[in-house]
Design a protein around this ligand. Structure first.
Ligand SMILES: NC(=O)c1ccc[n+]([C@@H]2O[C@H](COP(=O)([O-])OP(=O)(O)OC[C@H]3O[C@@H](n4cnc5c(N)ncnc54)[C@H](O)[C@@H]3O)[C@@H](O)[C@H]2O)c1
Ligand SMILES: [Zn+2]
Length: 361
C-alpha cells in the first residue's frame, strides 16, 4: 500500500494521521528545524527492526539528543517516570522548540504525550504507534495520561500530537496476543460502523490487518474526535464496549485480560444488554459475537468474574451522578446505529451479567 494521510482536527489544531509505509523517514522529516529531538520508547520496541529503523532515521536527521527508554507497558506510565523523563530531557538540553517522538504501544504514546504536554508547559510531540491498539485508538485524539496507584489515566491532559505516523510494518514483531487485543478495538469500530463488520471479522480471523481497514478505523476515530474534541457528546461512542469492559479489566486485576480482550467481552455485553432492552434483534448479537469469537477473543467470562466486573464498572470515571450511562446499539434498517447516554435498569444489567458469566470462554 502507499501511505494515506487523514487530516485530524481538534478545535483549532490540525495534524496528519499518516497510515502506511515509510514512517521512519516521515518521523525524520518532522525533526527538521527542531533544536533537539527526544525519542521516548521502551527497550522492547527499540530492539525490533522497526524500532531500530526509526531511531536510525532520527539519528540521520542530525538532532537526536536523547533516546529515553521507559519501563515496559503500564510501568512506564507513572508520575515517577514522568519526572525521570523530564530530568533526562533537561539534561539533553531540550527546550520549548524541541520535539518528543513517542515510539511504542499506547502506554508509551500516552506517557510520551503527557511528558510533551507538561514539559516546559508544553512541547510538540509526534506519535509513532507500534501496536494495533495504539494505531487505531491510543495515538489518535490527543488524550495523554499517566496512572496513579488508585486509578489508570487519572492524571493527564488533552495535548494533540503534531503528527501520527502509523506504519503497518511495525506490527510484524507484535506478539499474537497483542495483535488480537488490537482487533478488540477494531471490532469496536466495526460495531460502530456495521458496514465494516464483515471485512473486520475476516481479517481478525486471519490475524492480519490491511492498510485499508487500519485507515478506516483511524478515520472513524478522527471523525468522531473532530466533532467532539472534549468528549462532551458524540465522542462517548468510542466507549462502546468499554463500560462493562473496564469492569472486566479491573476484575481481572489488569493482568488476566488485556484491554482489547476486555473490550471484546464488553462489546458482547453491550449487544446483549441492548437486545434485552428490546433495542436490537438476536441476529445482530449473533453476528457480533461470531466476529469476536472468530478473532480468538473472549465472548464470556467465568461467572464470579462477571459479577465482580459489574461492581467494578461503578468506579468508571465516566459514570455520572445519575447512574451509569451506556453506549448501546439500536436496530435501524438492515443494521444498527449506536447511541450514547442510554440508561438501563438494574434487572436488565443483572440478567446480562448472568449471560456473560455463562461460561469460561
Ligand atoms: N490515549 C488514549 O486515547 C488511549 C486509548 C486507548 C488506550 N490507551 C492506553 O494505551 C495503553 C495500551 O496500549 P497497548 O495495547 O498498545 O499496550 P502497550 O503499550 O502496553 O504495549 C503492549 C506490549 O507490546 C509491546 N510492543 C509494542 N509494540 C511492539 C512491537 N511492534 N513489537 C513487539 N512488541 C511491541 C510493548 O513493549 C508492550 O510490552 C493503555 O495504557 C491505555 O490506557 C490510551
Ligand atoms: Zn479501548
Amino acid at each position: 500500500m502507499s501511505a494515506e494521510t487523514i487530516e485530524a482536527r481538534q478545535g483549532d489544531v490540525r495534524y496528519p494521521v499518516r497510515v502506511g509505509p515509510g514512517a521512519p523517514e516521515a518521523a525524520a522529516a518532522l525533526a527538521a528545524g527542531r533544536d533537539r529531538v527526544a525519542l521516548v520508547s521502551c527497550a522492547r520496541v527499540l530492539r525490533t527492526p522497526y524500532g531500530k529503523q526509526v531511531a536510525a532515521a532520527l539519528r540521520k536527521a542530525g538532532n537526536l539528543a536523547l533516546v529515553h527508554r521507559l519501563p515496559d507497558g503500564e510501568k512506564g506510565k507513572t508520575l515517577a517516570e514522568l519526572e525521570r523523563s523530564a530530568v533526562r530531557l533537561l539534561r539533553a538540553g531540550a527546550s520549548r522548540r524541541s520535539l518528543v517522538v513517542g515510539l511504542g504501544g499506547g502506554a508509551v504514546t500516552d506517557a510520551a504525550g503527557f511528558l510533551a504536554a507538561t514539559f516546559m508547559r508544553g512541547v510538540d510531540w509526534a506519535a509513532v504507534p507500534t501496536t494495533l491498539l495504539a494505531m487505531v485508538d491510543a495515538a489518535i485524539g490527543g488524550k495523554t495520561a499517566v496512572n496513579v496507584p488508585l486509578a489508570k489515566n487519572a492524571v493527564g491532559a488533552f495535548h494533540p500530537p503534531v503528527a501520527v505516523l502509523a506504519d503497518p510494518a511495525s506490527l510484524a514483531t507484535l506478539p499474537a496476543r497483542e495483535l488480537r487485543s488490537g482487533f478488540g478495538e477494531v471490532l469496536k469500530y466495526a460495531a460502530l460502523r456495521p458496514d465494516l463488520l464483515g471485512e473486520a471479522a475476516t481479517q481478525a480471523r486471519a490475524g492480519a490487518i490491511s492498510g485499508a481497514l487500519l485507515t478506516a478505523c483511524a478515520r472513524a476515530k478522527v471523525e468522531v474526535v473532530a466533532r467532539d474534541p472534549l468528549e462532551k457528546g458524540e465522542r462517548k461512542l468510542l466507549n462502546l464496549g468499554h463500560t462493562y469492559g473496564h469492569g472486566v479489566e479491573a476484575a481481572g486485576g489488569f493482568s488476566r485480560y488485556t484491554h482489547g480482550e476486555a473490550v471484546a467481552v464488553g462489546l458482547c455485553f453491550a449487544f446483549r444488554l441492548a437486545a434485552r432492552l428490546g433495542r436490537l434483534g438476536p441476529l445482530a448479537v449473533a453476528e457480533l459475537e461470531e466476529a469476536v469469537r472468530g478473532a480468538g477473543l473472549p465472548v464470556r467470562v467465568p461467572p464470579a468474574l462477571a459479577r465482580r466486573a459489574r461492581g467494578l464498572m461503578a468506579t468508571d470515571k465516566k459514570r455520572t451522578a445519575a447512574g451509569l450511562r451506556w453506549v448501546l446499539p439500536r436496530a435501524e434498517g438492515a443494521g444498527w446505529k449506536v447511541d450514547w447516554d442510554v440508561t438501563a435498569g438494574e434487572d436488565a444489567i443483572r440478567a446480562t451479567v448472568a449471560e456473560i458469566g455463562g461460561g469460561a470462554a
